[in-house]
Design a protein around this ligand. Structure first.
Ligand SMILES: Nc1ncnc2c1ncn2[C@@H]1O[C@H](COP(=O)(O)OP(=O)(O)O)[C@@H](O)[C@H]1O
Ligand SMILES: [Mg+2]
Ligand SMILES: [Zn+2]
Length: 462
């Protein structure tokens, strides 16, 4: 077409290149370039003029002391796990992006919350992916009554906004932004410019009319579709939907939140009647825990304001490869290597001839150093075939000299372990001194990595 030229845009940082590149020169992302078209001619006058999405037309500075702190109006979604991640419910006039791989459960979650939202608000659910018949079937399966819920299957943003004028919703759900397009953009739906234009139109609606907008964005590993990355700085909150599709557990994590903490996670289980919230994640994570085997150790990590007990599983086997394998699931790879190095150097344990596999049961991602001690215990246990007692939990950070360092929130962690029936806790000396007595649990202070060996019990007999 005349006046149009094909360009390639990095879906991570929006760097524009005239040809496709494997690696982005700006942000170093791999395979992040997607095809797009750019207008060469000056922008058409038909392009609607955009007002600021923060505050329309108020270009006068105000003295700080005269500013009033806004009070956010929040609506409960009916899922307290989601409300907590949002910072206490869906904020009126906010734009939230929910991203995740296809099939993870985004549409399911959003249709489920329509029931509670519909009690007080009008909800417009715009679907560009499913027909209204499909949505009806799903709503029946999820037992969503659909009061105050309006379904629109449409992908043209101008038509969607026109319909929104008529329906006058309090909440708009756009599923997904990648399927929608604007008349003013000449590239195909899902391209960076279309995704941005569609999102801007929705966000503008949210800010000027006080409507809560929830945008759904698919991410895929190949970066074939313009990822929700380009939207992250435009919205108020970004929630990531994580989990292994083969397993039933799902975790929602706030990656950005202008109205709350980003530390909180929400835990769900996918069932045939939809997502069920898991209020006690520790119990879920420990439910299919193996007992009386070597290579396992329980740890306690803090996610936001909640302690979560999880089980680390290690498998150390003789390698058949020239370079031994190191695989870790749910634990940072570099952290794994560091702990292995400390164990080799300080305890003289030999992992260099072995493959090492580490896993967190239940699919949780652990990124807190407080789990180091448990990881070390699991590794030693698997290497030596000595068991860690089932009722023992290990909490502490491992330093390069093999010292066990104190961690935060110790009392909360030990209480959670005690609640779940653990009877022994290995704690850094410093924490052991400050931790109060907790019924049912014996605290064992450990100063360095040598101290932990005596807590492993006997050889395996089988
Ligand atoms: N009839 C069904 N019974 C049970 N689970 C279903 C059924 N249909 C879909 N699911 C579950 O819902 C998931 C799809 O969720 P969905 O909300 O459509 O994902 P997304 O919108 O993120 O692409 C499937 O992976 C499956 O686990
Ligand atoms: Mg969907
Ligand atoms: Zn880039």
């Amino acid at each position: 077409m005349k006046g149009l030229k094909t360009v390639y845009i990095c879906s991570e940082c929006e760097y524009v290149s005239p040809k496709w590149l494997g690696k982005c020169p700006k942000c170093s992302a791999w395979n992040s370039f997607v095809e797009d078209v750019e207008q060469v001619a000056p922008a058409q006058s038909s392009t609607p003029k955009r007002t600021s999405v923060i505050h329309a037309g108020e270009s006068v500075a105000t003295e700080f002391c005269e500013l009033e702190a806004p009070t956010y109006i929040r609506s409960a979604t009916g899922l307290s796990e989601l409300d907590r991640v949002l910072g206490g419910g869906l904020v009126t006039g906010s734009a939230v992006l929910i991203s995740g791989e296809p099939g993870i459960g985004k549409s399911t979650l959003l249709l489920q919350i329509c029931d509670t939202l519909g009690k007080e608000r009008r909800v417009l659910y715009v679907s560009g992916e499913e027909s209204s018949g499909q949505l009806k079937l799903r709503a029946e399966r999820l037992k969503v009554s659909g009061k105050n819920l309006y379904i629109l299957t449409e992908t043209n943003i101008e038509n969607i906004l026109n319909e929104a004028k008529r329906v006058k919703p309090d909440v708009i759900i756009a599923d997904s932004v990648q399927t929608m397009y604007s008349d003013v953009i000449s590239s195909s739906p899902g391209s960076v410019s279309n995704v941005k234009e569609v999102a801007l139109a929705f966000i503008g609606k949210a800010k000027t009319e006080g409507i809560s907008v929830i945008l759904v964005g698919h991410v895929n590993k190949e970066g074939g579709i313009a990822g929700p990355k380009v939207l992250e700085h435009m919205v108020d909150a970004v929630l990531n939907f994580e989990g292994d599709k083969r397993q039933s557990y799902r975790i929602i994590r706030a990656q950005k939140n202008r109205f709350g903490s980003t530390n909180e996670i929400g835990v769900f289980e996918m069932t045939d009647t939809g997502l069920r919230q898991v209020v006690n994640p520790s119990e879920m994570l420990l439910s299919d825990r193996p007992s009386d085997t070597s290579g396992n150790c329980a740890v306690c990590t803090i996610e936001g304001s909640r302690p979560i007990v999880a089980e680390i599983q290690a498998l150390v086997t003789q390698t058949a490869f020239p370079a031994p394998r190191r695989t870790s699931n749910g634990i940072d790879y570099n952290r794994t290597c560091l702990i292995l190095a400390v164990l080799e150097k300080r305890l003289g344990l030999k992992f260099s001839g072995s493959d090492v596999y580490l896993n967190v049961i239940g699919g949780l991602e652990i990124d807190e150093p407080a789990s180091d001690l448990g990881i070390a215990m699991a590794l030693i246990s698997s290497l030596t075939d000595k068991k860690v007692p089932d009722a023992l939990i290990a909490i502490g950070e491992v330093g390069l000299a093999g010292e066990i360092r104190g961690v935060s929130h110790i009392e909360q962690r030990v209480r959670e372990a005690a609640r779940l029936g653990f009877t022994d806790a290995l704690l850094p000396t410093h924490n052991a001194q400050s931790c109060p007595m907790i019924d049912g649990i014996t605290i064992h202070p450990v100063k360095n990595i040598y101290d932990i060996l005596k807590f492993l019990k006997g050889e395996r007999k089988d």
